[in-house]
Design a protein around this ligand. Structure first.
Ligand SMILES: Cc1cc2nc3c(=O)[nH]c(=O)nc-3n(C[C@H](O)[C@H](O)[C@H](O)COP(=O)(O)OP(=O)(O)OC[C@H]3O[C@@H](n4cnc5c(N)ncnc54)[C@H](O)[C@@H]3O)c2cc1C
Length: 368
């Protein structure tokens, strides 16, 4: 694993420390069984939380690690490099981008004080619930309703494909005012697990990232007070958009780290074997192509993260990182005939917006 040239000495030390931690502390011999059973690794989560990985970009005074985006990307890359449990790493990502960051960026002082330190320290797992049975890419076609009730609201609806549902204690739920359409009228609400009317579906069976738990979230007349609205009422689209921009920029960092490790292992194996099991020359071109694509994806990730750190934010750039990195990881798993990595990589075409959606965002920016 090579450091990004954008990291200074101090930040390289931090990243090396995360890599050492992941290789030593997260080398879990029980992974294969948990993967088969689709079991979340609570102990691994607690270890990552104690290392500060559940609140990486949040300022230290608010309970986080105070890392800029470049450092956050590098720390997550190091985590992915060292930790074989891709589902655990995915759950940490979902927690960071869909709960921690929105609370930090959009929470009121009271909301931050109440929830952010525990989220950032990983004592509470978070999620956001946008997708519904009839709305995915067209996210703002959502039907979950927030009916005004006194000063508060009553939430009613069903969310599906929600990462972390079985283990999360704090949900950010997107719901619309009655008789509204599209993005207008959608608000983000903070809902705590165990609130009256909240229930979760059966765990969702997934082909990959199986140790990252997922389930439907059902809201059956859930009353929330006025203090539950995150951001401005009716402006949930802003909360969602900023959350997605962080996510699209950074969610693939860990998977690039995991691919780097896999490639190193493949290269080492190819060096020692002149002939493959089929009596053929090992296909070195595949490994070369993966190396080049991985380096290109890392360069795009770090350059874009650096631009964001320096105030140059552009949603289409974050979308380009997500698109290129997820397609790189998927193609590499295919080309290296790595079954488990392939199953883990397929979801990258869907979560945080599909590859087609990322292309549409970039196309818009090109004036197409
Ligand atoms: C591992 C994983 C974790 C997830 N975690 C969460 C979570 O925590 N919270 C949450 O809210 N959601 C989550 N999701 C849901 C995810 O956001 C949706 O799967 C995604 O938005 C796509 O929606 P969909 O599955 O309904 O597919 P659809 O939107 O129905 O798309 C199906 C296909 O049609 C294509 N398509 C759709 N519309 C267009 C168009 N206009 N132009 C061109 N092509 C189009 C899509 O690209 C895709 O290939 C997760 C999904 C996965 C796989």
């Amino acid at each position: 694993m090579v450091h990004s040239p954008l990291l200074d000495e101090e930040r390289r030390g931090l990243v090396d420390d995360v890599r050492r931690f992941a290789l030593e502390e997260l080398a879990d011999p029980g992974y294969a069984d948990r993967e088969e059973g689709g079991e979340f690794w609570h102990e691994g989560w607690r270890k990552c939380a104690a290392k500060g990985l559940c609140g990486l970009p949040v300022p230290q005074e608010l309970g986080g690690a105070g890392a800029d985006r470049v450092t956050t990307a590098a720390a997550l890359e190091a985590l992915g490099y060292g930790c074989v449990d891709a589902g655990l790493v995915f759950s940490i990502n979902a927690h960071l981008w869909s709960a921690v960051v929105p609370l930090w960026r959009h929470g009121s002082d009271d909301q931050r004080e109440r929830f952010l330190p525990r989220l950032a320290r990983g004592e509470v797992v978070g999620l956001h619930a946008m997708t519904e049975p009839d709305s995915g890419s067209d996210a703002f076609a959502l039907r979950t309703v927030a009916e005004p009730d006194g000063a508060g609201h009553v939430l009613r609806g069903r969310k599906t494909l929600i990462t972390n549902t079985p283990v999360a204690r704090l949900y950010i739920v997107f719901a619309r005012a009655p008789a509204t359409e599209g993005a207008l009228g959608v608000s983000a609400f903070l809902v705590e697990a165990g609130a009256a009317g909240v229930s979760t579906g059966e765990p969702t069976e997934k082909m990959g990232l199986r140790t990252s738990p997922m389930a439907d979230l059902v809201l059956d007349d859930v009353y929330v007070g006025p203090e539950a609205v995150l951001g401005k009422p009716g402006r949930g689209a802003r909360v969602f958009a900023s959350s997605m921009e962080w996510e699209r920029l950074l969610i693939m960092a860990a998977q690039l780290g995991a691919l780097d490790r896999a490639l190193e292992e493949e290269v080492a194996a190819a060096r020692h074997s002149k002939r493959s099991a089929f009596g053929l020359e090992p296909n070195n071109d595949v490994l070369v192509d993966v190396r080049v694509a991985l380096d290109a994806a890392r360069a795009l990730l770090y350059e874009t993260a650096w631009s964001y750190d320096h105030g140059e934010t552009r949603a289409s750039r974050a979308a380009a990182v997500k698109l290129f990195a997820s397609e790189t990881v998927l193609r590499a798993a295919l080309d290296m005939s790595d079954g488990r990595r392939l199953r883990d990589a397929v979801g990258g075409r869907l979560y945080s917006g599909t590859s087609q959606l990322m292309r549409r965002i970039v196309a818009r920016d090109l004036g197409l």
